[in-house]
Design a protein around this ligand. Structure first.
Ligand code: SAH
Ligand code: DHB
Ligand code: MG
Length: 221
């Protein structure tokens, strides 16, 4: 696919609506320098998450998959003074890099990062009664997306917004013969979402500086 027009329009939107941001620029550099993958949400997608936090007036956010803290910073910056964001991350290097970036952003009082496998952490969060969250961003490994979403709903209240990144995978979700476990994971999730009576959901396709993909948006009934 020729992505030139999508990249140029993403640049155009960024020029209009994203001022120079040293914290986010340094965050992206820290991810490359640490040898971590460049799979943060794009700058415009980060702004989209920021706008969604403001629109929902979320005070308590749960994130699955921190990486270098790029999406974390975009969302946490939209929190009110007493707002909190908890982010779950399996990789110790990512946790170290993200903590540094969150400190540089001055968000250490609002953000907590927990090291560990999300599927081990989520039952503990549920049992400890740490929910409900107002907004949940699912962006960790793709094979257990359906299980992550089920926990997310259990950690919600009516009106909670659940956002799931990477559910279209360059259109590969159309390939029912796909052997890619990430594609299979999001196909299984998308189907479960379509049958889930607990939420009202849509999926938006995302194009721009990142690979063609999509985000699911679900509001808990
Ligand atoms: N949300 C980030 C990008 C996350 S990339 C941003 O947009 O800025 C996906 C992250 O999920 C990686 O850092 C990866 O280490 C983490 N991850 C993968 N498997 C995981 C698991 N089982 N539990 C928690 N985190 C996981
Ligand atoms: C991958 C993961 C992501 O969260 C993303 O936004 C893009 C790619 C990946 O694992 O390939
Ligand atoms: Mg992602």
């Amino acid at each position: 696919m020729d992505n030139t027009i999508f990249e140029q329009v993403d640049q155009y939107i960024g020029d209009l609506l994203l001022p120079e941001d040293q914290v986010l620029t340094d965050t992206l550099k820290s991810i490359v320098d640490a040898g971590l993958p460049s799979i943060s949400v794009s700058p415009n997608q980060g702004k989209f998450l920021h706008v969604l936090v403001l629109a929902t007036q979320a005070k308590r956010i749960l994130e699955l998959g921190t990486l270098g803290g790029y999406s974390t910073i975009c969302m946490a910056r939209a929190l009110p003074a007493d707002g909190k964001l908890l982010s779950l991350e399996i990789d110790p290097t990512s946790v170290r890099v993200a903590l540094h970036n969150i400190q540089r952003a001055g968000l250490e009082d609002k953000v907590e990062i927990r090291l560990g496998k999300a599927l081990d952490q989520l039952p503990k969060i549920l049992e400890a009664g740490e929910g409900p969250y107002d907004l949940i961003f699912i962006d960790a490994d793709k094979p257990p997306y359906a299980e992550y979403f089920d926990f997310a709903v259990q950690l919600s209240r009516p009106g909670t917004l659940i956002i799931c990144d990477n559910v279209i995978r360059d259109g590969k979700v159309l390939d029912h013969e796909s052997t890619d476990e990430m594609v299979q994971g999001v196909q299984r999730f998308n189907l479960a979402l379509s049958k889930d009576p607990r939420v009202t959901a849509t999926i938006i396709q995302t194009v721009g500086s990142k690979e063609y993909d999509g985000m699911a948006l679900a509001v808990v009934k």
